[in-house]
Design a protein around this ligand. Sequence first.
Ligand code: 5GP
Length: 190
Amino acid sequence: MKSLQDKILKEGCVLGNDILKVDNFLNHQLDVAFLNEIGKEFKNRFENKKIDKILTIEASGIAIASIASQHFGNVPVVFAKKAESKNLDKDVYETKVYSFTKAKEYSVKVSKKYLNEGENILVLDDFLANGRAALGLKDLVDQANANLVGVGIVIEKGFQDGRALLENKGVKLESLAILDSIENGTIKFI
Ligand code: 5GP
């Protein structure tokens, strides 16, 4: 997605050799009009697929998934919860995810009410690095005996292992921008 590449070059900033910060439009402040373009592009990438629900993970995935949903006929958006909460149902699907950015493992949960057998689920998220978040979401879909239609990612870091891991498990992966490298502060796309 050329407009996304341009936006990353213009507004993104690199931390070390492996973290891209896009707080200006995706991870802190949200550029809603641009997220709408992202939503439209996800619809193009999964054009002929039947999608019953979009599944994402809090927090950054929520805005992306919600805006994208409007291009998929306003299907419900479910977000997996990371935080412990007294409000969450006791009857949950749960999996463990290792966080690349926080360097620790955490538990993610979805109430069993919101993922059902046979539903066609599209997973959307902001970044793909080593694929742990996406694989965790796939595990929740599998536990529910739902169907994972595919995984849509805004920014894939192509120099990490996420794609290989997902494709080895037969997952259809669509990334709107793929970074080849971000070494020495220079962003290169594949
Ligand atoms: P993975 O689970 O694929 O290793 O990492 C993906 C998750 O880590 C994403 O949900 C995202 O929140 C976070 N993440 C990984 N790499 C980056 C990065 O370079 N920049 C930002 N902003 N988040 C990242």
